[in-house]
Design a protein around this ligand. Structure first.
Ligand code: UDP
Ligand code: MG
Length: 193
């Protein structure tokens, strides 16, 4: 099946006005260099800083931007869920807005999905800049998540992931019955893309 768009990058964000211009410019640079057609789906999870204003300015400069704005803060997973629902790319990435994830990884992760047949490729924060108080709980979480799920992922919590399109669309169907999510698609969300 051929898709018009090579990739979607879904970015959940909450009060990230400072990092958004650099993040979007960086994604754009990588996609241009690799001749990838792309969209960046910025999901503003009810920010109360100037993030939405920054997004509106960026939209005039980068036609690849689509933006969704929540009326209040729902949390990262709600933002991802809505981003997945509208994503049109053949490979769908998720990436944090705070520049902890590098867009330079996009081409190789895409290649692993398309050429090596993976459904999901996950990033992994190899060098952590977080304080030790955050690193040890994170190690414990990852250990437990591996044990319970049987999935051998090094870093479950890494924001950088690449999914084959049909995987995120399956997540969408699966998530539809979840409590609270219906509201996101109904009245409470202010969409603008
Ligand atoms: N985020 C969000 N809603 C929230 C909290 C965070 O959309 O209520 C976004 C945040 O802006 C960032 C990503 O989710 O793009 C990861 O958040 P954070 O950096 O706080 O998580 P950590 O790096 O500690 O896992
Ligand atoms: Mg972070």
């Amino acid at each position: 099946m051929s898709h018009k768009l090579d990739i979607s990058v879904v970015v959940p964000l909450y009060n990230e006005e400072e990092s958004l211009p650099e993040l979007v410019a960086w994604i754009d640079r990588v996609c241009l260099a690799e001749h990838l057609s792309y969209e960046v789906i910025l999901v503003d999870d009810g920010s109360n800083d100037g993030s939405w204003g920054v997004i509106e300015t960026l939209k005039t400069r980068y036609p690849a931007i689509r933006a969704i704005r929540f009326a209040r803060n729902y949390g990262k997973s709600g933002a991802l869920y809505c981003g997945f629902a509208v994503a049109r790319g053949e490979v769908v990435f998720t990436m944090d807005a705070d520049l902890q994830d590098s867009p330079d990884e996009i081409p190789e992760m895409r290649r692993m999905i398309l050429d090596e047949g993976y459904d999901l490729v996950s990033g992994w924060k190899k060098r952590r800049f977080d304080p030790i108080g955050k690193r040890w709980p994170s190690k414990f979480f990852n250990f437990t998540a591996r044990l319970v799920s049987g999935i051998k992922l090094h870093d479950f919590n890494c924001g950088l992931k690449a999914y084959r399109r049909r995987v995120v669309k399956a997540v969408e169907v699966f998530g539809e019955g979840r409590q609270g999510m219906g509201g996101l698609f109904g009245k409470e969300k202010d969409e603008n893309y």
